[in-house]
Ligand binder design. Structure first.
Ligand code: ATP
Ligand code: MG
Length: 230
């Protein structure tokens, strides 16, 4: 049982098909060292989300291997894998429960003080402080009573509480106003620091700052390198 990974990640000739006919991901190889920040770019349908789904074992590849710290992820328990990988999606999984309960998913022992600190670091404290009930505020079905940017920052707070060595992030495509953009950027910088991060990137700033960029096309990585290389 692995308690905590360092966060070295390596894909080797990974291929995956949803239907057994057409490959969604084909012969993908890349490596990221612990703490590196990797951006995935490419057209819609090019295999970015599928690649990151394979990393947290939403499904397993038909061929090739995925290793973390040299260990094949099929030899790691799912619980241990998921403890080590945080995910921040555009449309995070939120429930029609209180903000506290939403933050405590998988972290039942998180204290109010820890939650408040995570919300502060995620730039999410303001909109929660605005609610009369604070952490006891019940958010609507799928978090519908919050804006998209608020939902995402709540999900960043959840990732900060979990504190995993590896983070998967699906960046929002929607245009944000300048103030929201700045808050989101601060929250993202905070949650990415010191972790191996894989970001499905839509913003130029994210791509520019990445240690490595993987360019996807038709399920393959067709180019990789830094912003200046490409
Ligand atoms: P986007 O930028 O639109 O999110 P993406 O690069 O993340 O695209 P993927 O979602 O990985 O692309 O899709 C890769 C291929 O797999 C596409 O051809 C897509 O239609 C297919 N695909 C994705 N999810 C499924 C699914 N759940 N079932 C069947 N096919 C899927
Ligand atoms: Mg996608």
């Amino acid at each position: 049982v692995v308690e905590r990974f360092r966060g070295d990640v390596a894909f080797e000739d990974v291929s995956f098909s949803y239907d057994g006919k057409r490959s969604a991901v084909q012969d993908v190889s890349f490596a990221a060292q612990a703490g590196e920040n990797v951006a995935l770019v490419g057209a819609t349908g090019s295999g970015k989300s599928t690649t990151l789904g394979l990393l947290h074992r939403a499904f397993d590849p038909q061929s090739g291997s995925i290793r973390i710290d040299g260990l094949d992820i099929r030899d790691v328990t799912l619980a241990s894998l998921r403890r080590n990988i945080g995910v921040v999606f555009q449309e995070p999984m939120l429930f029609a429960r209180t903000i506290r309960e939403n933050l405590q998913v998988g972290l039942p022992n998180a204290t109010d003080a820890e939650m408040i600190e995570a919300l502060e670091r995620a730039q999410a404290i303001e909109f929660i402080a605005r609610q009369a009930e604070g952490l006891d505020t019940v958010i609507g079905e799928r978090g519908r009573s919050l804006s998209g940017g608020e939902r995402q920052r709540l999900s960043i707070a959840r990732a900060l509480l979990k504190n995993p060595p590896i983070l998967i992030l699906d960046e929002a495509t929607s245009a944000l106003d300048a103030a929201t953009e700045r808050k989101l950027q601060m929250a993202l910088d905070e949650v990415m620091r010191g972790r191996t991060t894989f970001v499905i990137a839509h913003r130029l700033a994210t791509i520019r700052n990445a240690d490595r960029i993987l360019v996807f096309d038709g399920g393959r990585v067709v180019e990789s390198g830094t912003f200046d290389d490409l």
